[in-house]
Design a protein around this ligand. Sequence first.
Ligand SMILES: Cc1cc2nc3c(=O)[nH]c(=O)nc-3n(C[C@H](O)[C@H](O)[C@H](O)COP(=O)(O)O)c2cc1C
Ligand code: SF4
Length: 675
Amino acid sequence: MENQYPHLLNPLVIRGHTLRNRIEFGPTLFAHAIFTIPEIRENVYRMVEDRAKGGAAIVSTGEICVNFEEGIAAFADHPVDYSETSGEDFEILAEYARRIKKHGAAALIEVCHEGAYANVKPPYSPWGPDAFIREDGQNVHSFDRKMMRKVCRDFRLFGSFAAAAGFDGVLLHGGHGFLLQQFVSPRTNHRTDRYGGSVKNRSRFPAMILKALRKGLGPDKIIELRFSATDGLNEPDALTIEDTMAFAREIDGLADIFHVSNGLKSRGNSTGTFSSHYDPHGLNADYAAKIRSVLKHTLVSVIGGINSPELGEEIISAGKADLIALGRQGFADPDFVSKTACGQADLIRRCVRCFHCYPGAAEHPSDVDWNERGLTPDVISRILSPASMGICSLNPDSGFGRVPYDHLPPVLKKNRILIIGGGPAGMQAAITSSKRGHEVTLIEKQEKLGGTVRLFAEADTLKKDYLDFLAVLEKETRASSRVITGFAASAEWISDFAADVTLIATGSRCMDPDRLAGAENLTDIRSAYSDKPSCKSVLILGGGLSACETAVFLADRGCRVTLLLRSRYLARDLFGSERNALLTQMEKRNIGLVFEAHFRAVDPGTVHCVFPGDIEQAFHADILYNAMGSRPEDSLYRDLILSGLKLYTIGDSSRPSGIADAIHGAYARAVSIGV
Ligand SMILES: Cc1cc2nc3c(=O)[nH]c(=O)nc-3n(C[C@H](O)[C@H](O)[C@H](O)COP(=O)(O)O)c2cc1C
Ligand code: SF4
């Protein structure tokens, strides 16, 4: 078989460690969460193990703090004594290395010190390059020589610990605004001593840390330094790519790999720590190329929105980096590398950058913190807990609270399963049921599989990744099940088929507005994608996800778009990074917003509204879209309720929601059959 990815799959040797290709899975869960939430421990191990089994060259743990004093990080409530190289804590961390190395990947443990933004608790205070009072009232102390020596000792000790635990190296998180970046960035370092001023001076303490880590780790282990190419801020003193290139020159050779990310954790996702589907893939690759151009002894790895082997090959063959690092893609498909290597790249579930696996914090100025949304502390801690993270919309076998395939209850009876509807839920149910040994027939009334997702993904170029996902689902479905398209199964036909289990996956439809006079003058929001209107002005009635996304879509096609919302709050179903990304795009396109509009009546081209204070106003546009919500399309289900069939709804025909619920719900239903 011809190797389509000669650069990506080309092995590499670092300090005697043969890396079998150029792909590493980056850190994606605070490593110490396995202490504080022991019930997710096995799943976190399994997650890194799956990535190693899937053929990656390097697999990293998530971050653990270098000390539990001034350098403590969030969720690090269980201090680990790094001078102990035996005992329970040691074995818990060493197990990461064993699981990863067992499958031929190099195992790195990520270590961090968040400097001025550490999550300190009394009696400790945070330490940073400058002294200042943080927004939360914490008094940040400026590092003196003694403090620097203490932190270097901590890194040295951590290095010895990591080596003793069997890791092949350490991934030092110096980026995302953590300690090392705080020293290098002129925005956070205003020192006038030999650790401030020139880039040479600003690099001095980071270089000391790297040397200390090397001393502890020994000469034959790998050091990878994670760093941000820029602060990601449009502020005059923010870290620039030129600063980072100069820093890279200063520390050349002290790390084996310079891992290029971007932005600041403390300033949120809009500084580029994560990308959304509105951003290009591989958005840090050009930064990596610049950094690589000044390095002679240190290799370069790059992370950020890489979800395909084609892009990985392009980056490495163009000399922009020596390795690529995958973050969220590890949740979407841990078999990324093995599929790439054995000619099955078309079966990779490619991350669509939807943020379901990692909500992020309230970031858009109009977002409301979980606490202010009226949620109980219990619910909030569940949502923000590491145990709720890592659940990928596209991969039902993901998430730190998951039940993996190899732990599912055995199938006791093989069933004949009929699935009506070939959207994501129907296809996922078919794939999982077939994998479990059932005999599956899937019927779709359209000629093509994919349901509503196909509608918007085909029309909207920003959603191309969803088309790739549908293609994977379709291939897996056709390979495992009998598929009939272009056939609308009637209730009689389904009854006569008499399957052991019938799953109705017929999707959803637009909600009919209750008692709204003239509602027939509204057009279903979904037809924006099929009709591709060339009109000038559009009014969208509604303010949820589909209203907002369609507004962006139509604005990009030259329409002047205004949203009329009943609520005072836009996109209330969204939170954190996803919401911030979407609302920022709406602002860029000048989408009009009218809040607290109560719809009184609709005429052709006109919506009559009443506002608080009984103020009446009419709005006019070429097209009026109804985006007031969806309801299950479950008429077949209702027609069959008395048929005696064993019948379930899945996906939107059960409860209209996002793709994650469709995939995970369909999977859960499929694994419950025949047990
Ligand atoms: C659930 C989740 C947990 C993460 N945990 C860490 C972590 O422990 N340490 C870290 O440096 N980055 C962490 N990240 C960030 C990723 O390493 C990576 O920088 C980010 O996902 C962007 O890369 P991507 O576009 O390939 O996903 C996490 C990301 C996710 C989605
Ligand atoms: S949940 Fe979304 S962002 Fe996270 S890995 Fe899956 S597709 Fe990517």
